[in-house]
Design a protein around this ligand. Structure first.
Ligand SMILES: Nc1nc2c(c(=O)[nH]1)N[C@H]1C(S)=C(S)[C@@H](COP(=O)(O)O)O[C@H]1N2
Ligand SMILES: [Mo]
Length: 409
């Protein structure tokens, strides 16, 4: 049994808007067979029928999501529109392990978390944490594999397009406030190591399946132990009762059901940290020396139109974020990147770690147009034209890959 997600594809999006690796599956060409064997898909995973939402996320809006598997659910690209904050009912879900039993959210304040690597290590309840301080931060949550579907070497794992990302309002206590109460961080600690509270399946080496992530201790500046998401108690599917939120860092570092936070000298030796979630050359194995999926780079994508438009003036919408930095500007091209026009941001600026919806008016002539967007952060980093090739298909920020071909008539 593999506890990691079974990849699958969805057939709900119009074919032309699908990334290449999904399109190959649909076309049933020789390429399809190659992808299928690479991804280890069963014929069932290619079924025409959209899968239904599993019980623990029954409350999601089925029209706004693509159900890849019970533990991997993607937001439809067009469902983001010009949303400043992503409604919880359309937010993507990615679980490496089945979520804990719903009992854990029956008495939220009783949830316990152990803090280690501080001068006075202690186990605290969520009820106690709530008295230690409170802050709200808006931040993009994005899976490392968002954009994986555009890689051409067919990396295994969920074939996410743009929808393994959302922008959420998190409320909780800054980790630094908790640490201050516990006498401060011990000397020589380089990492913040967070452990997820799932019950691990028996008979497997826990290190190979547990969700335990280490991030550099510099993330103490923004790390939040969050109990609310979008002004409601964090739903079970998204890590309630308590979640570690590291604004500006890839999704995997935002450990759900967090039950232990340790300041550590070295990184966790759990597989998900030691060899997983690393940028490695195609064909190579994961190893601790390779770059870990920590700080996110600048990225953007168009959310409308996606397939067709009427000739003449069109409003082109999308979202842009700077990752670890604030986003500063975004340009849009309707000719595949030959000429660019500056877009303007819409709605309130929710801060450095949030995304910003953008809009630009463009006159489109009849025919096919390749619409792409390219964002720049406040440090002057611009989205690259091409992705960094890597075995697992992580960290895709290529503006070319995220373009859409729109037929104008
Ligand atoms: N405990 C725990 N935390 C976790 C995970 C998990 O499986 N278990 N998945 C991680 C990954 S890979 C991602 S992308 C995000 C997904 O968050 P979401 O399901 O709330 O969208 O949670 C991260 N935190
Ligand atoms: Mo992820």
């Amino acid at each position: 049994m593999s506890v990691f997600d079974a990849s699958s594809t969805s057939r709900r999006a119009p074919e032309s808007s699908l990334p290449i690796s999904r399109r190959r599956l649909l076309l049933g060409s020789a390429g399809a067979m190659a992808s299928v064997s690479l991804l280890g898909l069963s014929p069932l995973a290619r079924s025409e029928e959209p899968k239904t939402l599993p019980d623990y996320v029954r409350w999601k809006n089925a029209n706004d999501v693509i159900v890849h598997s019970a533990n991997t659910i993607e937001t439809e690209r067009g469902a983001i529109g010009s949303g400043v904050v992503t409604n919880s009912d359309k937010l993507y879900v990615r679980n490496n392990l089945p979520a804990p039993n719903a009992d854990v959210v029956a008495d939220r304040n009783a949830w316990k978390i152990t803090l280690e690597g501080v001068n006075s290590p202690q186990t605290l309840t969520l009820g106690e944490l709530k008295k230690m301080g409170v802050e709200t931060v808006t931040a993009v949550l994005q899976c490392s594999g968002n954009g994986r579907a555009y890689f051409e070497h067919g990396p295994g794992g969920t074939q996410w397009g743009t929808g393994a990302a959302g922008c959420l309002v998190w409320t909780g206590v800054p980790l630094r406030d908790v640490v201050a109460r516990l006498g401060g961080v011990k000397p020589d600690m380089n990492y913040i190591t967070s452990t997820g509270g799932e019950t691990l399946p028996a008979g497997l080496d826990p290190k190979t399946i547990m969700v335990e992530r280490s991030v550099p201790v510099r993330a103490l500046d923004q790390a939040l132990l969050a109990w609310q998401m979008n002004d409601e108690p964090v739903p079970l599917a998204h890590g309630g009762p308590l979640r570690m939120v590291i604004p500006g860092y890839f999704g995997v570092n935002n450990v759900k059901y967090v039950e232990r936070v340790a300041f550590t000298e070295g990184q966790s030796d759990a597989k998900i940290q030691a060899s997983g979630y690393r940028i490695r050359p195609i064909g190579e194995k994961g190893a601790p020396g390779q770059p870990s999926m920590w700080e996110m780079p600048v990225k953007s994508w168009v959310t409308a139109p996606l397939t067709t438009a009427s000739k003449g003036r069109n409003l082109i919408y999308g979202v842009a974020f700077g990752g670890i930095n604030a986003v500063n500007q975004v340009e849009v091209s309707a000719d595949g990147g030959e000429t660019w026009k500056s877009a303007r941001f819409l709605g309130p600026d929710m801060g450095r770690y949030a995304w910003r919806p953008f809009v630009v008016a463009m006159d489109l002539s009849a025919g096919d147009h390749r619409i792409v967007s390219r964002a720049t952060d406040t440090e002057g980093n611009t989205q690259p034209p091409t992705r960094t090739e890597n075995e697992r298909g992580y960290g895709n920020a290529s503006w070319k890959d995220h373009g859409v071909t729109v037929t104008v008539s």
